[in-house]
Design a binder for this molecule. Sequence first.
Ligand SMILES: Cc1ncc(COP(=O)(O)O)c(C=O)c1O
Length: 403
Amino acid sequence: MEQKRVYLDNSATTVVDPEVIREMQPYFSDVYGNASSFHYFGRQAKVALNSARKKVADILNAESEEIFFNGCGTESDNIAILGIVNAYDKKRGHIITTKIEHHAVLYACKYLEKNGYEVTYLDVNRDGTVSVEDFKKTIKDNTLLVTIMHANNEVGSIQPIENIAAELKKINEKRKDKIYFHTDAVQTAGKVRLNVKKLGVDLLTMSAHKFNGPKGIGALYIKKGVNISPITFGGHHENGLRPGTENIPYIIGFAKALEISYSKIEEYDKKVLALREKLKKGILSIIPDVVINGSGNTAISSILNVSFNYIEGESLLLMLDMKGIAVSTGSACASGSAEPSHVLSAMHVDPISAQGAIRFSFDCHNTEEDVNYVLEVLPKTVSNLRLMSPIWSQKIFKGRSKN
Ligand SMILES: Cc1ncc(COP(=O)(O)O)c(C=O)c1O
């Protein structure tokens, strides 16, 4: 019998919507010109590029000139951070971020630190959110950039972006050197209505493969007037900020996927939230010694991060995979030792819980049947793994010896 498959790793990537594939198809074979060429084929591609850019801009309440397509969310984050830094001299050498950013941001910041910049990494609370008050205290005379993610990719915690932007606006009004504000919205684009004006950010990162678009295409919103320099060099594409022939089929796919997800955003959110809550309630009612990490009222609907104490998240992931269930862990298995996730560590999740953390992430294609299957498989899998766990055995033994 064929293995049943349940995909609950939608924060890693999503299936491409068939409508998106249909929309992209002609741009591989019919409209294949280079958008920089002056002839008919090039002009056709340019028209398609312009209309995709306008579609994305309209959805975000931005202007077409404020949307810059590029290779992925990682590239967008790097252009935003390094591009702003490159536009100024080191006198403006202070950057503020958080301890829970995606590595696309954290490693760009680490690179800057190695090159003589100062980076402040804000703490988060037990829910995985930063405090606006803490943020305000970290501003310095030479602060140039604040980069704080919209929603965290491991626990789903939503950061108070609008409040931080409002505080920054007040601070900027009183100083000569403007502080820029970038947000990595990779986990919220297509899932939450993003309005760049309402959010109050200067730069915003998105990636199509997180909202049922193709992999390998990202976009960066950059507010008009922001002073930014390229970080790669070549042609004049994307207004000189991101040289390289534009990937028209993928750009078309990006715009279509965003359009589809926005047209059904509330309906999808309701569905995904109901599935997540069903799984959460089911787990809490059947499996002892579990901890829910960060997924409260301050989290996006698509992510449920659960710690199954006394087992290794990686072992659980592998056992679930054998049963056809795809999930992920936050841990990085480096050189044989499973390091607890930097996000859970920043949230002060205790090491036993951090080791046993699993992320279930949903999208609109998941069903109640998927959740029922997980609830059927998970309790037995967890208890089998716990039987092999020395810490769990000690705990059970101690409990018994009390009676
Ligand atoms: C919050 C966040 N930022 C950036 C990225 C990187 O996006 P991409 O895979 O498109 O490079 C991811 C991907 O998981 C993410 O979750």
